[in-house]
Design a protein around this ligand. Structure first.
Ligand code: 1GP
Length: 241
């Protein structure tokens, strides 16, 4: 499957909002994938993201294969590191953690990934990844050993996002971190959306339809939800097509 980015742009132009379900390979039970995807398909979900801060048992590839059998939705890798790359997915968020100052996640992992991606047919989606303080120390913060930007520091968030766009990123991802206590605020989303022309992904701590709508209304083009579906698969019932 190609044209993932073109489809995101087309949706943004048409003001059609997108929802990605984030599947963490360490937590996903492949035995339940068919019933899980029955729920997904009845909901407004448009994309499947696969990834986590860690994948200790190298399960990403087998999980992606199982997901592929269960859905035709685009499967996009959201990797915590280079080991989580598998050519079996459709695309990859080629992330740079631009809110951080750790060279490992700014460029080192990307260099290690380059020869693998050169040989794969994954659609590469260059993404400026911005970690925002969600009120708790999340796995992203721990693993990347970087500090999130405070929600109050609007100027730094905006300038970081703009620097991402100007350096050629095709997407900006505002991330409060998986399981965040506070989601990225409407104020932050509105400001970044107003000033950027590339699509905006928002995720971290979204657990209700109200929070999802509020992120969309503020200007998120694509929202990512993981934990809420892991905790309670019936959440899909509130997000029916
Ligand atoms: C984390 O943005 C994603 O990388 C999703 O976060 O698990 O809190 O939904 P949640």
């Amino acid at each position: 499957m190609k044209n993932i980015y073109q489809n995101i742009i087309a949706a943004k132009t048409a003001n059609k909002k997108l929802l990605a379900v984030l599947i963490d390979p360490e937590k996903f039970d492949v035995k339940n994938s068919i019933s899980f995807f029955e729920k997904v398909h009845q909901s407004i979900t448009t994309h499947i993201f696969v990834g986590g801060s860690t994948d200790k048992n190298n399960q990403t590839e087998s999980v992606v294969s199982a997901i592929k059998k269960a859905t035709d939705l685009p499967i996009i890798l959201f990797p915590g590191d280079v080991k989580q790359i598998t050519k079996k997915a459709d695309g990859i968020l080629f992330l740079s953690l631009i809110s951080g100052r750790n060279p490992e996640y700014l460029i080192e992992q990307q260099i290690a990934a380059a020869p693998i991606l050169k040989k794969a047919t994954l659609e590469i989606l260059p993404t400026g990844y911005i970690l925002i303080d969600g009120g708790t120390k999340t796995a992203t913060q721990k693993v990347s050993n970087t500090k999130p930007i405070s929600q109050d520091n609007l100027e730094l968030i905006l300038n970081t996002a703009l620097a991402g766009e100007f350096s050629g990123k095709k997407l900006i991802y505002l991330e409060a971190g998986s399981g965040a206590l506070e989601t990225v605020s409407q104020e932050v989303i509105t400001l970044v959306n107003k000033n950027l022309s590339i699509p905006l992904i928002v995720g971290g701590g979204i657990r209700s339809k109200k929070q999802l709508d509020s992120a969309f209304n503020a200007g998120a083009d694509l929202v990512v939800i993981g934990t809420a579906f892991e905790n309670d698969v019936s959440f899909f019932n509130q997000l029916k097509k």
